[in-house]
Design a binder for this molecule. Sequence first.
Ligand code: SAM
Length: 179
Amino acid sequence: MKNTLKTAISFTKNLLTVGAFKETKPATVKEMCSKIDSSKKTKIVEFGMGHGNMTREILNSISEDSELISFEINPEFCSYVEKNINDSRLHVVNDSALNFRKYVIDEVDNFIISIPFTFLKDEDAIELVKLCFDSLTENGYYSQVVYNPKTLLKAIGDRPFEKKVVKALIKEKIYHIKN
Ligand SMILES: C[S@@+](CC[C@H](N)C(=O)[O-])C[C@H]1O[C@@H](n2cnc3c(N)ncnc32)[C@H](O)[C@@H]1O
């Protein structure tokens, strides 16, 4: 079975936590990784790894001495990525993004986020965004793809952002917010 079909079936089976039928578009994945500085050692944190489409692009965008910590709540998705991506820079964490501070104590250069805020309580999403900005390096980037930006916009308040839109059945909206 083709990997994209396998992923679509897994996503559909877990729709209530995944929040999408299919992986995000390749153009969205590229845009999400566009703020990574590949010329220096960086620490990247990803929330919502799925089957690792964005994870692969992040690994292609970082230097050899950089580190990626990817959070995913679904243990089957974690096993899939561990089996299919063999890269010592990647650390998969099978836990919720809401608990990321248990695992990440140093500063983070980029947050790359594709978890659906729709399924989080507003106060949890807002607290998560606050903790991300507390952990970001100066000039670091918070990048998130959403279908509906309502909660994200509420969480970032008056911070300026860059927005890109990728055409899809439901438009994928990418927000970049610089610290
Ligand atoms: C829309 S999919 C995105 C998958 C992939 N990154 C992509 O862009 O196609 C969202 C992923 O986030 C995971 N997820 C949902 N809530 C989460 C949470 N609180 N913490 C970590 N992962 C979560 C889901 O299991 C799912 O794999």
